[in-house]
Design a protein around this ligand. Structure first.
Ligand code: V47
Length: 455
């Protein structure tokens, strides 16, 4: 199989990438300036090829997908983010809030389709009580079990979690900027996550991060939580043993440097999460973390177990693994901005080449994220195939209904079956591996493909 890396045009070879190549091959962390070079070089093939090298080192020939369904419980939102086409106000045409009968019906369809995951997010509904959200999670889990299956519930972005803390009246001290005020808010977030976990929440999706920059925040999504709070929610989730994902929404009013800073903030947060899992003690018992600034925790060096293996397989246990389960960021999902129908509709959105480049740079910069997802719904399946050759190892799942962005402004019904996902992955030169939400391999029953177990 010829990879993109091998088809690089020598005419565009950029010597500025030589030092970056050396670092990538050694598994050393790239700087923000390296990231700028990766963005500015005309030698795109080398950028994609380097990301492919890292991706193959971590995952070999494997490319992951899952069987999932999205369930948007309500599109009513107190916010009015300029990039968002999804939200409605309470009395708008098309506003909806799903009741538990609707939810049960969706669970039945998911189980009949053999799904392993429900991905559920919604707007910041101003009136639903906190019990609605615990009911939602508990109903999904209970109904799936009643039907003889199980569904992992990946639900609620960090933005929703903070909203729920306000709804539950546990987000105290919103205007108190002292340490005590901050601690009160953190306690509220912890309470919400603990309640949701008890109800059956399995993990947090990566949405709501947008771009970690105050200027961009104030111009495009004022009213949303800022980066520090988004990172607090994910850190607390990790402390509670809940895995999470992260996104970056790019190609609107942000600068490339701001994307790189966003990536850097995420990898620092992941350094902390991995340290909590016991990373830093893995290599010959020597700490990788002697000085965090100098020795960040990277997963791209040879011999470092991926967190999912460290978490689930006794043979990969970290020498210093804590007795409490610790969560971490599983995957980064670069989301290209779709202008259709939102307040920033006049912007062009990112080009195809910018999409490839940003995904590859995410793979190179986020050296401690095990996975990079090319979300095929937004990237398109043909582009996701090339992204598998340039940094991505995951293309997400069967999805069925996706309401947040509408490709071409039209139908929200986007479904591929497992066979099509597998075919797309094979065509791209990889071995399709069905995973569950936390990246364990799924085994399908040979006589009834809707039945599954974890290998
Ligand atoms: O947070 C909203 C983005 C996100 C637009 O965790 C837009 O596995 C582009 O987070 N153009 C929600 N993007 C989707 C999301 C996600 C998707 C797939 C998998 C996972 C995961 C998470 O969608 C929002 C926002 O950043 N979004 N509007 C738009 N016009």
């Amino acid at each position: 199989m010829t990879t993109l890396a091998q088809t690089r045009s020598p005419a565009h070879r950029d010597r500025r990438l030589d030092g970056i190549r050396t670092k990538v091959l050694a598994g050393d962390r790239l700087t923000l300036d390296d990231g700028e070079t990766l963005y500015s070089t005309p030698d795109l093939w080398t950028v994609l090829g380097l990301a492919d090298t890292v991706r193959r080192r971590l995952h070999g020939e494997a490319a992951y997908f899952n069987v999932n369904r999205h369930l948007n419980y309500s599109n009513i939102c107190a916010l009015s983010c300029k990039f968002c086409e999804f939200y409605r106000k309470k009395d708008d045409v098309g506003a909806y809030t799903r009741d538990m009968e609707y939810v049960k019906d969706e669970v039945r369809k998911a189980v009949e389709a053999g799904a392993t995951e429900i991905h559920s997010v919604g707007g910041l509904h101003p009136y639903l009580p906190f019990s609605y959200y615990t009911d939602l999670v508990a109903t999904i889990r209970a109904e799936a079990r009643r039907l003889g299956s199980d569904l992992h519930v990946k639900a609620f972005t960090a933005v929703e979690i903070v909203h729920l803390a306000k709804i539950a009246k546990v987000y105290k001290g919103a205007n108190d900027f002292s340490d005590a005020g901050r601690q009160a808010r953190l306690d509220g977030i912890r309470w919400v996550l603990t309640e949701l976990k008890s109800a059956g929440l399995g993990s947090l999706p990566g949405g709501g991060a947008e771009v970690f920059d105050d200027r961009v925040h104030d111009e495009a999504y004022r009213g949303k939580i800022r980066s520090d709070v988004w990172l607090d929610v994910h850190r607390i989730a990790h402390e509670l043993g809940i895995n999470t994902n992260a996104t970056i929404l790019y190609g609107h009013i942000e600068q490339r440097r701001e994307r790189l800073i966003h990536m850097d903030m995420l990898r620092r947060a992941q350094d902390e999460a991995l340290a909590r899992m016991g990373y830093g003690q893995v290599a010959n018992g020597k700490s990788q973390m002697a000085n965090q600034e100098e020795r960040p925790i990277t997963l791209t060096r040879p011999g470092i177990p991926l967190p999912e293996h460290a978490a689930f397989s006794p043979s990969h246990r970290l020498t210093d693994a804590r007795s409490q389960p610790a969560g971490y960021f599983q995957t980064i999902i670069p989301l290209p901005f779709f202008p259709d129908g939102c307040d920033l509709e006049h912007l062009p959105g990112p080009s195809g080449l910018e999409n490839y480049r940003t995904l590859a740079i995410a793979r190179l910069m986020l050296d401690n994220f095990p996975h990079v997802k090319a979300f095929w719904i937004m990237q398109t399946l043909p582009m996701a195939q090339i992204m598998l050759q340039s940094g991505a190892d995951d293309i997400d799942g069967t999805v069925v209904w996706y309401d947040i962005t509408k490709v071409g402004g039209a139908s929200t019904h986007q479904e591929v079956d497992v066979w099509m996902l597998q075919k797309a992955i094979r065509e791209a030169g990889f071995e399709p591996v069905e995973r569950d939400t936390v990246y364990r391999r799924v085994r399908r029953d040979s006589t009834d493909g809707t039945k599954w177990s974890i290998r």
